[in-house]
Design a protein around this ligand. Sequence first.
Ligand SMILES: [Zn+2]
Length: 477
Amino acid sequence: MSTSPHGPRPEHHDEATLVVTGAQVMDRDGTFSPATATVTVVGGTIVAVERGGTGVDGRPTGCAGHGDERVPGTLRHDVHGGGATLDDVQGEGARLGISRGASDGGPPQDAADRRRSGTVRHLDASGRWLMPGVVDCHTHLGWTTFLPEDEDEDDDDRDEDGAGGSAADHPMASAADRTDAALLSRAAPGLAATLRAGVTSVRDAGGAASAIRDALVAGRLVGPQMQTAVATITDELARDPAALRARVRSLVAEGADWIKVVATGGVMAPDGSEDESPFDVRDLRAVVDEAAGLGVRVMVHAWGGDALTHSIAAGVASVEHGMFLTERQADAGAAGGVVLVPTLAIYSEVAEMARRGELPERVRARASRVVEAHPRAVRRAVEAGMTVAMGSDFGTTDQHGRNLTEIDHLAAAGLGAAGALVAATQAGARLLGRGSGGLEPGQVFDAVLLTSDPTDTAVLRDPRTVETVFLGGAAVG
Ligand SMILES: [Zn+2]
């Protein structure tokens, strides 16, 4: 397969070598050493990260003082004291790619192929900060408004019979194509905005049909890599494990990568319902078991109470929101490896909307209770040793693209800047099974170049802080 390594990223795949110099690069612990690093990417995969100090060959590195003389195809590389050739660097990249990248299961490529394949591009990122691509573990990219039932149906009735293919002649296929086209065009702006914001992977918590994910894979839509729950399992199937198992199977047949169970009410629910769980632990175990048999995992919307206790006991992969998490639940979550995905930004925005009178009065009281409790839950989780991953829960046109705001909320809630940056990158990547989520050899180069130091997480509220986003090694915005 050495000649066709395209896999799921045809649009972004790039055989060229990219060398990013001069930036402060995020370390595994979410901090940025003052020394700069050189990141070498071949074919979309990081093959070397040479931190300040010594390079891969033991020679001193350091990019201070390099100038604008670099042009594509030539190289005056400080790592080697100047004068390194194109072949030198490609040979080095290939060597590292084989010796280190292979351990990650990536397809090691023939070094000669790589050398033939062409260009070395340089990016002088002096005075910038380079962090891994952000993983948003809770989005609703199929939505554009606060209440999904407000979503307009796309009335576009253009006929695509002009294609004349046999598929278009089939009335069912034609209807499906039209539905997909409407779906994709409605999701497109939010997807593009989310990627531009620095989010390179998402897990959609309901609302994004698998057609959206598939269009991203095929390069027909621009956006982050997506895993999707497609739709949610709600209380009408509670206390009926056989029906729950059947629902899991049908969701997976619809293309779900995750099973999402809604185990408590949400912010718009009737009074008192947010702590009630219609599902008992037997129900949730049935869902987890059926999902596991089909190779997918389970995420549960659970504000607190029995919903959290039962979810954690049933061994779900993550609990969403969790603002009324108790110490006991946090201990059990930590012991069971359950990830908490708090969603702080959305609830403070909902509280703000309610304060402005845009939502019913009962929502106002509930939202302010939630906003008060949520940071405490995050601190409890951290103190108990539970992993926290980032989720924005954003679903409106004006929210898509502001996802990194959540990082500032996580920092303020008790993770601190470094902890919040780890939650937004490595913790999410591990939850989604997308590598280490760090800027390390063997990892796909999903990364964000920032104009300001993100350890002051407030800068992440301003989308202009994101200068360049890399998806699979290619600069996409
Ligand atoms: Zn949600």
